[in-house]
Design a protein around this ligand. Structure first.
Ligand SMILES: O=P(O)(O)OP(=O)(O)OP(=O)(O)OC[C@H]1O[C@@H](n2cnc3c(O)ncnc32)[C@H](O)[C@@H]1O
Ligand SMILES: [Mg+2]
Length: 209
């Protein structure tokens, strides 16, 4: 992984849940993670792309250009089929600017339960859905960009469960595991998640040179 010349990986994120997952994954490679919390002087980045890939690139490039070193960024979200792919790239601010995970989860359940009014039976599983993660690593010295994407399929459950993970994890039911993403350990989540898949692909392409 010649692009990473030190044992530090800078991730352009202000999401503590992502920081924890990246720190865990990179520790296995002997690498230490720094995030935007370590660089408070950097300005906020406006995530105005129409795709996860566009936003990931913008976050990585903005921070890499400011710091002058390679930077990794993650743009991710939840796409719900019965909501035509929403909240998608708006996942972090689904319930409005500054929304908490609890606000966003409440809004998602509200939108899906409204769709169920008028239907005969109450279903515990409200819609098929997928988590998507786009990663971008940008090197300002060479202007080279490495990208990778991962996804995981599941269902939105009407009954939130679990205290692990972050964001929409308590609402994301995995049929194979028969539990929500928030009930998995960090290792289990990494093995099946959108972020875990994207990261394995990215690392493989960095190791390939
Ligand atoms: O942009 P940064 O600073 O990285 O942090 P963010 O939370 O704003 O991240 P995004 O813009 O990528 O928005 C993604 C949102 O999608 C949700 N999300 C992404 N990955 C998730 C995961 O693994 N589990 C649960 N929810 C997730 C969660 O609500 C995130 O806030
Ligand atoms: Mg964001």
């Amino acid at each position: 992984m010649s692009v990473l010349t030190s044992n530090i990986v800078i991730v352009a994120t202000k999401n503590k849940g992502k920081v924890k997952e990246f720190a865990h994954a990179f520790a296995a490679l002997g690498l230490e993670v720094r995030s935007m919390f370590d660089y408070p002087e950097l300005p906020d980045i406006v995530e105005d792309g129409t795709t996860f890939a566009e936003n990931a690139f913008k976050k990585a490039k903005t921070v890499a250009d400011a710091l002058g070193v390679p930077v990794l960024a993650d743009d991710s979200g939840l796409c719900v089929d019965r909501l035509d792919g929403a909240p998608g790239v708006y996942s972090a601010r689904y319930a409005g600017e500054g929304a908490t995970d609890a606000d966003n989860n409440a809004k998602l359940l509200r939108e899906l339960s409204e769709l169920q009014l008028g239907e005969d039976t109450e279903q515990p599983l409200l819609s098929t859905a997928r988590f998507v993660c786009s990663l971008a690593l940008y090197d300002p010295a060479t202007e080279h960009i490495w990208t990778a994407e991962g996804a995981v399929e599941g269902w939105i459950t009407a009954t939130p469960s679990g205290a692990g993970g972050f964001g929409y994890d308590p609402l994301f039911y995995l049929p194979n595991e028969q539990q929500t993403m928030a009930n998995l350990t960090i290792e289990q989540k990494q093995a099946i998640s959108h972020r875990g898949e994207a990261l394995r692909k990215l690392i493989a392409s960095l190791q390939a040179g």
